[in-house]
Design a protein around this ligand. Structure first.
Ligand SMILES: [Zn+2]
Length: 119
């Protein structure tokens, strides 16, 4: 009876790999870049059709992916100068390093704000 058969919580979040640092993440923690009909673009909704690649929302990962042509490889296409500029521009809006995780923060504060019964 000493055995506590705790089942690990099963979470079926699809895993994707950041093409820059090759870390697996839940799909939502990554930003999708898609090669669609109108060229390569950032796909914040993750709903555009086309060949997609995933990157952390961190400037470092984007710069690395652009510099090493990892993005081009993942999307199997060459990027036009314009597309490069657009992606670089987007990268500039991202934090350099991982700061606060906005998703985790939201979850934490939601938990903290849950009504506590004052005896
Ligand atoms: Zn990354």
């Amino acid at each position: 009876m000493a055995k506590t058969n705790k089942q690990p919580r099963k979470r079926s979040i699809p895993q994707r790999m950041c093409i820059a640092c090759r870390e697996q993440e839940g799909k939502r923690a990554l930003v999708r870049v898609v090669r669609g009909a109108s060229g390569v673009q950032v796909d914040p909704t993750g709903k555009l059709s086309g060949r997609g690649a995933y990157l952390h929302p961190l400037r470092g990962c984007w710069e690395k992916a652009l510099e090493t042509r990892g993005l081009q490889r993942a999307l199997r296409t060459a990027l036009t100068a314009e597309e490069m500029d657009r992606l670089r521009e987007f990268a500039q809006t991202l934090p350099v390093t991982e700061a606060d995780d906005p998703v985790a923060d939201a979850v934490t504060s939601a938990v903290e704000k849950s009504p506590s019964t004052d005896e």
